[in-house]
Design a protein around this ligand. Structure first.
Ligand code: MSP
Length: 656
């Protein structure tokens, strides 16, 4: 019964509606969703809120540019964000929009409380304002650029309502001291403490120059300034003025990126203190995903989108990669190369291979029923002990948001179980009763190891662990398992295995990257649901067993010619790509090829290659590519080997 469970409330930031989600935003939401699933498995009644931050001058301008009203503009954007989260399976329990009526009421109520308690006054403010970041830039002079985004600031003077932030220096410092876990990680805590110790200036919380905002009742044309408006969304989502009725406030965790930690750990607690409302328990700041050493952002044009990854490798692969390859709290570099390497080594060869091998051997030797183990040998006991001992440690790591460390430990168990199978060799045992008994013990042990790691990995890999659960013939849903009750030895002999499952089909790295990059360049399409019961993208990753035959007329549509490489250079920020110019007889073409790790640019000059010349031009990492060089894809990594000619051929000759 949810009523008996302790409540747990977690939030993502509410996202600006001036663009669609990239990997940075997706990362925030994936982390929250992982904590949400983890806490549910620890017996909590969890609510996760996400949503959209829809007011401000940027939206006014964007709507004008799109030739629609602001209402129409934000409705479309919010629907797109929502649809994408739905498609990715990370939709949260509450979706709050700052244009929701219930949110407006909450903001107005919070303002009234702060004002009644004497923390709001009217004044004038002149300052340099960055309209992109929706913030005045402290200490900036006219003509200065915004230190965060580098854009020019604007001088603004207007009548504002001010919030007496200066009155909260001591209360905030006392609060941080009494609640040392409030700001995480500790490095951020130290930063914030020194910022507050440096003194706090009062904060303007309304605007008269902006139209598109929540009105201050009886004080029009004042509308609320973005942070007073946005932060309050966390409260609006769980009841607003009636928050006590729902029982989720105060929030347990606000998960944010490091760029917005100050707003969450200084402004927000101060607003709530002024209104005498309960304060959130913790703010966790994660780092950024960087692309070529810079923060991903739409304005820099270096964003990576989630959908192509999900379609080619599946959502679980993306979740696993972002949580495994970065230390939570620190910045991480996004790389397609590392993503596909992780996919192949940890998911396809790791979990996927272990699960299908174990199930296949049980199928073959025990008619698809979990065997009954016999007496244990020291090596069985060693594995048992290792796994049993790791369960508590994995939970501790999850508790500290040590996702990477938790996954490392879970995957060390998979490796240990794999090694156990390899050394016990159940397939090499004979048909005697003793051998059959031994085989049963080994395979029960392997299946039990699989069951335990499946439960532990579920918060990170919800989709594939559900499929392993079905494969193992386990009752209920893996997400409803009680992590606190998880013990070695709970796998029941005699349980029939479920339907066989496709887990993580191996994919050639070069092909996967090519496909993801090609999709990145396509205009973003509305969400199309992948086939039910499949991981999006995985179906496409499975090699087609019987490729459809094409007629000669179809083949003739592809124009291929002999080309000669004239220049070759690397592309900054795209480790895989070389930018080539290629003489195809009638013209010199610029072509990008994903061969940089395998070919030295200098050695390519003068080389004759086969070129597809009638492909529509496309952009790879922002660089135009007009054609394609043909290469064989060799070995499991898909190493490209350029197709060439053993005799001298004329540049521009057609390949038929
Ligand atoms: N609307 C505000 C938040 C208001 S919360 C009351 C906002 N929106 S945002 O869309 O710009 O950013 C939302 C979150 O995405 C932030 O936590 C930000 O740190 C995160 N990310 C945006 N780009 C990112 C990366 N490249 N990497 C990781 N996260 C980053 O700020």
């Amino acid at each position: 019964m949810a009523a008996d469970k302790p409540k747990f409330y977690i939030t993502t930031p509410i996202y600006y509606t001036n663009g669609l989600p990239h990997i940075g935003h997706t990362y925030s939401t994936i982390v929250c969703d992982t904590i949400r699933r983890y806490k549910r498995m620890r017996g909590y009644d969890v609510v996760m809120t996400t949503g959209t931050d829809e007011h401000g001058v940027n939206v006014e301008r964007a709507a004008k540019q799109a030739g629609v009203s602001e209402t129409e503009f934000v409705a479309k954007m919010a629907a797109d964000w929502r649809a994408l989260w739905d498609e990715l399976g990370i939709q949260g329990d509450e979706f709050i929009r700052t244009t929701d009526l219930k949110h407006a009421h909450t903001v107005q109520w919070l303002f009234r409380l702060c004002r009644e308690n004497g923390y709001v006054y009217k004044g004038h403010y002149t300052g340099q304002y960055c309209i992109y970041d929706n913030a005045f830039v402290n200490d900036a002079k006219p003509g200065d650029n915004c230190p965060d985004c580098g854009r020019p600031t604007e001088t603004i003077t207007e009548e504002n309502y001010f919030f007496k932030l200066s009155a909260f220096q001591k209360p905030l410092l006392d609060f941080y001291q009494k609640n040392p876990g409030f700001i995480q990680p500790d490095t951020r805590r130290n930063e914030i403490i020194s910022f507050v110790e440096g003194g706090l200036k009062d904060l303007s919380i309304t605007r008269t120059t902006i139209r598109w905002g929540i009105p201050v009742p009886g004080e029009e044309p004042h509308v609320f300034y973005v942070w007073f408006d946005a932060l309050t969304a966390y409260l609006s989502a769980v009841g607003g003025p009636q928050y006590e009725g729902r029982g989720y406030w105060p929030a347990d965790v606000h998960l944010v990126g490091k760029d917005i930690i100050r707003f969450h750990t200084v402004y927000w607690p101060a607003f709530l203190m002024a209104a005498t409302l309960p304060l959130p328990k913790q703010v966790w700041a994660h780092g950024w995903f960087l692309m070529a050493a810079a923060k991903m952002s739409k304005s820099k044009g270096n964003v990576v989108l989630p959908r192509p990854i999900v379609y080619v490798l599946g959502m679980d692969a993306l979740r696993y990669y972002v949580l495994r390859d970065t230390v939570f709290g620190q910045d991480g570099n996004f790389s397609y190369d590392a993503l596909v390497t992780r996919y192949n080594s940890d998911l396809a060869n790791g979990l996927g291979n272990f699960a299908s091998r174990t199930a296949a051997m049980i199928e073959k030797n025990f008619s698809g029923k979990i065997p009954k183990p016999g007496s244990l040998q020291p090596q069985d006991e060693a594995l048992t002990k290792e796994i049993q001992a790791a369960i508590g440690e994995v939970l501790e790591r999850f508790d500290k948001c040590g996702f990477s460390l938790a996954l490392e430990l879970i995957w060390s168990l998979i490796a240990a179980a794999d090694k156990y199978l390899a050394s016990e060799q159940p397939w090499a045992l004979g048909t005697s009763d003793t051998d059959a008994q031994r085989r049963a013990t080994i395979l029960w042990t392997a299946a039990e190891a699989l069951r335990v790691v499946t439960v532990l990995a579920h918060p990170v890999l919800p989709d594939s662990t559900a499929r392993v659960w079905t494969l193992l013939g386990q009752p209920g849903h893996v997400g409803s398992q009680d992590l606190d009750g998880l013990r070695w030895g709970q796998l029941k002999p005699g349980t029939p295995l479920g339907k066989s499952q496709t887990l993580f089909p191996r994919i050639e790295k070069a092909e996967a990257i090519e496909r993801m990059e090609a999709m990145e360049n396509e205009p973003q399409k509305p969400a199309t649901a992948p086939a039910p019961g499949t991981t999006p993208g995985v179906a496409a990753a499975v090699p087609q067993s019987a490729p459809e035959k094409i007629g000669i007329e179809d083949f003739a549509k592809v124009e291929m010619r002999v080309g000669e490489i004239k220049t070759a250079e690397r592309i900054v920020g795209a480790d895989k790509l070389l930018k080539l110019t290629v003489d195809i007889g009638t013209e010199i073409r610029q072509i990008c090829a994903g061969i940089a790790p395998y070919y030295e640019p200098d050695k390519l000059i003068g080389r004759k290659v086969a070129v597809v010349t009638n492909l529509a031009p496309r952009k790879l990492r922002g660089v135009e590519s007009n054609g394609m060089i043909i290469a064989a894809s060799v070995g499991p990594e898909g190493r490209p080997v350029l197709a060439g000619f053993h005799e001298d051929v004329e540049i521009g000759a057609r390949l038929k």
